[in-house]
Design a protein around this ligand. Structure first.
Ligand SMILES: [Zn+2]
Ligand SMILES: [Zn+2]
Length: 291
């Protein structure tokens, strides 16, 4: 299910943000303005995820822009940690999560045809013990831009803990836009789909046919003969991350930049994912490839 290689799939790339707020909850822009801002910035789709609410967003789709309804839901946490923040992509009815077990919330999202993302683990203070009992989410936010307000936007370790100790899970970079500048247009997904429709984008998300980025471009990833090769925009480092102590970081020589790297995959490797970092520190993340 998670073994799709987006770089070998037909279709074209669509840029999208899966997490945003409007004045319907604690965002600064009305719904129409939130969608307009992303459309004008050149995005192909935006998911509106107001806290505990679902808005009808159909009116904001155009021939070249897709508005997707969603919600951010907050079931309480019976496992010791803080309340959950879970983004539901493509749901049409609010989830009445106040008294629901988090797994019942995740099931409701699925039943509605949606997909669930575990949000900003670092900012929440969530650890593996909060996440291991959960079932039915497809991704975790590896990066959340609004959480950079306290410097806790990057949740790479939470993702890796889940990959090492849990099961297959995808990584998403998102803005979680509340304002108009500081938390907008900084983290997004590049989705490879046949067409810009709800079905096309949801299928691509669900199957991991995308990568996440703060700017760097991943041009190609190829797996053959126990090797994984990456081509990308100019990078200072390319890292291949695998379970626990496995993996490799390839650093550009002093004064130079990399645009490709190859890693020989050791026997019995569970998964490999790729991180590209440019010379300003901006990153891109592939999804894991499982073996
Ligand atoms: Zn949140
Ligand atoms: Zn949010």
């Amino acid at each position: 299910m998670f073994n799709t290689n987006p770089f070998q799939q037909p279709g074209q790339w669509y840029r999208g943000n899966t997490h945003s707020h409007s004045t319907e909850s604690d965002g600064k822009l009305p719904v129409a303005d939130r969608f307009a801002a992303y459309r004008e910035e050149g995005y192909d789709f935006l998911v509106l995820t107001d806290h505990r609410k679902v808005n009808d967003v159909q009116a904001y789709s155009t021939s070249d822009f897709l508005a997707i309804s969603g919600s951010e839901v907050h079931p309480s946490n019976p496992y010791g940690g803080p309340t959950y923040h879970i983004v539901a992509i493509n749901i049409h009815e609010p989830v009445n999560c106040a008294k629901m077990h988090p797994n019942a919330v995740l099931e409701d999202i699925k039943t509605q045809g949606g997909e669930a993302v575990l949000c900003h683990p670092y900012w929440c203070g969530h650890t593996i013990s909060d996440y291991l009992p959960l079932r039915g989410y497809f991704a975790v936010e590896v990066y959340n831009d609004t959480c950079m307000g306290i410097g806790k936007g990057f949740s790479e370790q939470a993702w890796d803990d889940l990959l090492d100790r849990g099961g297959p899970v995808l990584g998403i970079a998102a803005d979680d836009s509340h304002g108009t500048e500081h938390d907008c247009f900084h983290g997004w997904v590049m989705v490879k789909a046949q067409e810009l429709t709800l079905e096309g984008i949801m299928k691509a998300l669900r199957t991991g046919t995308f990568y996440s980025t703060l700017g760097p471009e991943i041009v190609d990833i190829n797996l053959a003969d126990n090797q994984i090769s990456v081509k990308c925009s100019a990078a200072q480092s390319i890292v291949f991350k695998s379970e626990c102590s496995r993996g490799r970081r390839i650093l550009a020589p002093e004064g130079e930049l990399l645009t490709e790297a190859t890693y020989s995959i050791p026997d019995n490797t569970k998964y490999v994912r790729v991180e590209v970092t440019d010379e300003t520190g901006k990153k891109a993340w592939s999804n894991p490839f499982f073996f």
